[in-house]
Design a protein around this ligand. Structure first.
Ligand code: TRP
Length: 336
């Protein structure tokens, strides 16, 4: 490879509509940390997107700072990856407008997330909610990113980003690569909620979600409340889904020995769910505590937080400016 060969660009974002949890860690952050060593990475906090569903901005600042501090506490390095806030890079809004001229009302209205959110907030079906996919495409195309680490729920948005990129390229000239989902060639880890219903979530189902900022007592309480039953009645019974979920969580943070001990306890019907949950709580506390403490220390250092966010924004703006110059020229918005 040539010495100057550019690394492929990776871009992703998390909406600050709540705080990060175990699912964010295993589904996203853990992969980001690996990617920062091999790619040119842009990891962003999507505060503009959050305005489409959360117009009340009382907790916006605190959520944004939480996400950034947790990015850092989980191992993202501001000297490697650009860590920034979407609103700090104004070019995003400009590209959003150009992409909106290529996005059709029909396809936007058919987007699954739009239909879901419109159902949830019938009194606030605003134009930015409808054009959520164009804004997300702007985030990605702004850095001409090729790889976008996201979960299944974002696949449709990503497909739309590819369509907008290809329409732009056809109409005005080849500027944008078509971005694809990317998860380091592994299956995405799913982190089930503690009550057997769905996944852990930033804003819903808070008692069944373990947040990276939960204290030891709270982690213990949430886990001890997880649903169980009297135990298997016959050897090698199939696991009910709420028990399987506890085992899945155990697999994330406990040792193999511990996991196998409880698994064979289940299979020979000697398992005590109280012990299982105590063990899970202990291992989760051991996992979450250092992240929580580190993130808190980082947040306490406001000067450092500001420095990180400025540095990330400057790096992202530099890449954005290059793309926007090409974009304006391609469109013909350059008169002298
Ligand atoms: N829409 C994403 C979500 O809800 C967040 C997001 C915004 C994003 N912009 C992005 C993800 C760009 C990847 C790339 O989770």
């Amino acid at each position: 490879m040539e010495k100057s060969a550019k690394k492929p660009v990776v871009m992703s974002g998390i909406r600050p509509t709540g705080i990060l949890h175990l699912g964010s860690y295993f589904g996203a952050l853990q992969n980001y940390v690996r990617m920062q060593n091999e790619y040119e990475c842009y990891f962003m906090v999507a505060d503009l997107h959050s305005l489409t569903t959360h117009p009340d901005t009382k907790s916006l600042r605190s959520n944004v700072l939480h996400v950034i501090s947790e990015y850092l506490a989980c191992g993202l390095d501001p000297d490697k990856a650009a860590l920034y806030c979407q609103s700090a890079v104004h070019e995003t809004s400009e590209l959003y407008l150009y992409l909106n001229t290529l996005a059709y009302k029909g396809e936007l209205e058919k987007t699954t997330t739009f239909k879901d959110k419109a159902r949830l907030q019938p009194q606030n079906i605003n134009a930015a909610l409808l054009t959520y996919p164009s804004l997300m495409a702007a985030d990605i195309l702004l850095h001409r990113a090729l790889y976008v680490p996201v979960g299944k729920d974002q696949e449709q948005h990503l497909e739309m980003a590819r369509n907008f990129a290809s329409r732009f390229n056809h109409r005005y000239g080849e500027i944008f690569p078509e971005p694809v989902a990317f998860n380091f060639g592994q299956e995405l880890v799913k982190v089930p909620s503690l009550d057997g219903t769905g996944k852990m979530s930033k804003s819903e189902n808070q008692n069944a979600t373990l947040y990276l900022s939960d204290d030891d007592d709270l982690i213990q309480k949430k886990i001890m409340k997880a649903k169980t039953d009297e135990g298997p009645k016959a050897p090698h019974s199939p696991m009910p889904n709420y028990i399987e979920n506890i085992f899945q969580l155990l697999a994330l943070t406990s040792t193999r020995d511990v996991y196998e001990k409880f698994e064979s306890g289940y299979n020979n019907c000697t398992i005590r769910y109280g012990d299982l949950k105590k063990q899970l709580a202990e291992d989760m506390i051991r996992f979450i505590t250092p992240i929580r403490e580190k993130a808190q220390d980082i947040r306490n250092n406001e000067t450092y937080m500001k420095e990180v966010m400025e540095k990330g924004a400057a790096k992202a703006a530099e890449s954005a400016k290059r793309t926007m110059q090409l974009t304006r020229e391609a469109i013909g918005i350059k008169y002298f």
